[in-house]
Design a protein around this ligand. Structure first.
Ligand SMILES: Nc1ncnc2c1ncn2[C@@H]1O[C@H](COP(=O)(O)OP(=O)(O)OP(=O)(O)O)[C@@H](O)[C@H]1O
Length: 244
């Protein structure tokens, strides 16, 4: 039997009357990228929090590589391969790119010495940061800060990469540039990606899920989902609201 990288089963979470996860099911295999879309407040970040362990579900299960991690704290999930790239990069600005990556190898993957240094160099190479390894993280461009977010997640030994609007704030050309790296990382990782830049998501995602009020309304091939009546209704409804 093939064990999926991530299985989310019947996940539920509310903050008082606000439902952020409503019977959510999700399966991700290594080599797959799942896009997550939905209007503001749909529960996208909450879903990430639940998978990463910064939020506790009311009910449901999260299974990583066949192991039930629902009750595990976030840092233990990092050790088991959950890596998260945040929307607003927050590197140690006074450390170099290499030092930032090296710190993540120690924290997440528990590496030290030459093994850690080798891993940090490999990660810098894979994320396009090798030539900038000795630059202070505080002086990086936004694109390179996003790359460093990816690098830190990889350095922790992530098998599952959770990307939270990693394209936000980048120019068109920079987004295309980053998409190439994400596509390469998909080969040997599972990726779940919250993104508002539709063409970026479409070019990498194998499936897209639509969240609305914490409920998974739709899941399917990118073209199919983006062109669906459900998506048009949700977003056009919002646009109409915004006009008033
Ligand atoms: N800790 C919390 N306590 C109370 N309400 C919360 C908490 N976290 C999130 N919420 C509420 O839950 C809802 C879903 O929030 P969430 O951030 O998951 O949505 P989102 O789809 O990521 O939205 P956005 O696209 O704006 O980031 C929102 O109404 C938000 O205000």
């Amino acid at each position: 039997m093939i064990v999926p990288l991530l299985e989310v089963r019947d996940l539920n979470k509310s903050f008082g009357a606000i439902v952020v996860a409503d019977h959510v099911d999700l399966v991700i295999e290594t080599g797959e990228c799942i896009g997550v879309i939905g209007p503001n407040g749909a529960g996208k970040s909450s879903l990430f929090g639940l998978i990463a362990g910064s939020l506790t579900p009311d009910s449901g299960r999260i299974v990583l590589d066949g192991r039930d991690v629902t009750a595990l704290p976030a840092f233990k999930r990092v050790h088991l391969g959950v890596g998260r790239a945040f929307q607003i990069p927050q590197p140690f600005v006074g450390l170099t790119v290499y030092e930032n990556i090296l710190a993540a190898t120690g924290f997440g993957a528990g590496l030290s010495g030459n093994v850690a240094r080798q891993k940090a160099r490999e990660v810098a190479e894979r994320t396009g940061l090798a030539a900038k390894a000795d630059i202070l993280a505080g002086s990086l461009t936004l694109l390179d800060r996003k790359r460093l977010e990816l690098a830190k997640a990889l350095a922790t030994g992530a098998k599952l990469l959770m990307l939270d609007e990693i394209g936000a704030g980048l120019t068109e050309r920079e987004v295309l540039n980053l998409v190439e790296t994400i596509r390469d990382l998909k080969r040997d990782h599972g990726i779940i990606w919250i993104e508002h830049i539709a063409h970026a998501l479409k070019s990498v995602a194998d499936r897209i899920i639509v969240l609305h009020f914490g409920k998974k309304l739709l899941e399917g091939a990118p073209e199919e989902v983006m062109g669906s009546a459900v998506v048009k209704e949700i977003y056009m409804g919002l646009a109409a609201d915004a006009d008033h």
